[in-house]
Design a protein around this ligand. Structure first.
Ligand SMILES: Cc1cc2nc3c(=O)[nH]c(=O)nc-3n(C[C@H](O)[C@H](O)[C@H](O)COP(=O)(O)OP(=O)(O)OC[C@H]3O[C@@H](n4cnc5c(N)ncnc54)[C@H](O)[C@@H]3O)c2cc1C
Length: 327
């Protein structure tokens, strides 16, 4: 029986919230509307009080703010403690968490304490009767599971870019309540947090990714991918072959042992389309492959394929797009 509110975790990035958090809040608002229940956000970070107070533009009824220097970056035990305190306060029926690296770590930690389970990396939520049904990809995106849970709260992580982030038609004045954060004992210490230098957008949140593989031939050649990505307002990703070769940092790697991404547009350049790469990018809305081998497996699942040499196709594409976009 769904009675409690929908509780959404809002993860901060500096003084603002991540785009994936705004997506989760927007979806939380839709679900709360369908169920006729409230929408509560737990905002975690350091120096986020102003951003938290502004969440009324997303139709949030209540914001629980946990603002402390120790919460600046993700710490598994600290975030779990805050999460459990929020759950104790509002007794939610549904908990939505963005499926970022931190969210994917946090969700099962909360679930185990709440004696419930997690629908991981959900791409769609529906209400049937009083039950929440989450759709999530399995087998490298070859099939989708529709999952419902008999336990409450229902915990789901939401895949970035699978949901829209939209302000509410009518702004609300959110009730803001500060959560007292008492640092729990922990065997873990976060020593340093390295933001990716020069990267405007996190790979998992990017709506356009231009990825390069072994076919790029060397690190210096990624410049043409950066130019294409800049033109489209996107970021550069990579296959494991190019990461293993030391051409790109591991944080750029897409795939089974790298990041799972779901951009609107994924352009794979000189990437063969091995299953371990496919698993990380198959949920992209549109996949474009550029490969000189017409038999490359990637053409088996790309929406658009260009058979040709990346060194001819990519600069020509960038050139035409610049003209088209007036850049
Ligand atoms: C346990 C495990 C985990 C793995 N995890 C990952 C992972 O997370 N991510 C990942 O990507 N891989 C992963 N792999 C590796 C994966 O199996 C492949 O080896 C890898 O994806 C291949 O990378 P690639 O497509 O860049 O290279 P290749 O398979 O060598 O393909 C290069 C492609 O470039 C094309 N090409 C060459 N020159 C040009 C040119 N001038 N113009 C156009 N096309 C050109 C070729 O035709 C070819 O199709 C994993 C493997 C294992 C065993």
């Amino acid at each position: 029986m769904v009675q409690g509110p929908v509780l959404v975790f809002a993860e901060s990035f500096g003084p603002d919230f991540r785009k994936s958090s705004l997506e989760a809040i927007t979806e939380g608002r839709r679900i709360a509307g369908l169920l006729g229940t409230g929408l509560v956000v737990i905002a975690i970070g350091d120096g986020i009080k102003n951003a938290a107070a502004d969440l009324g533009t997303y139709g949030v009824d209540k914001v629980l703010v946990a603002d402390a220097p120790d919460l600046k970056t993700f710490h598994p035990d600290y975030y779990r403690t805050v999460g459990l305190e929020a759950v104790r306060k509002v007794n939610p029926s549904i908990i939505l968490i963005p499926a970022t690296s931190s969210g994917k770590d946090l969700a099962p930690r909360l679930a185990i304490h709440l004696n419930t389970v997690v629908a991981a990396e959900s791409t769609k939520l529906e209400i049937e009767g009083e039950k929440l049904i989450a759709t999530r990809p399995v087998f490298a995106g070859k099939a989708f599971l529709r999952v419902t849970m008999n336990s409450i709260p229902f915990v789901a992580t939401l895949r970035p870019n699978a949901f829209d982030a939209k302000e509410a038609p009518a702004k609300k004045t959110s009730q803001v309540e500060e959560l007292q954060f008492n640092k729990p004992p922990s065997r873990m210490t976060v020593h340093e947090y390295h933001a990716h230098a020069g990267k405007k957008t996190d790979l998992t949140e990017a709506s356009v990714i231009v990825s390069g593989g072994r076919g790029m031939g060397g690190p210096e050649n990624y410049k043409i991918l950066e130019e294409l990505a800049d033109t489209l307002g996107g970021v550069v990703g990579a296959s494991r072959a190019s990461v293993d070769a030391g051409w790109r940092p591991h944080s750029d790697q897409v795939g089974q042992t790298g990041r799972t991404v779901s951009p609107t547009l994924y352009i794979a350049c000189g990437i063969s389309g091995a299953i371990q790469h496919r698993v990380g990018m198959i949920n992209s809305k549109v996949i474009v492959a550029i490969n000189k081998d017409p038999e490359a497996p990637i053409f088996g699942f790309a929406d658009y394929g260009i058979v040709g040499d990346v060194f001819q196709i990519v600069p020509a594409l960038t050139n035409d797009l610049r003209k088209y976009l007036g850049k």
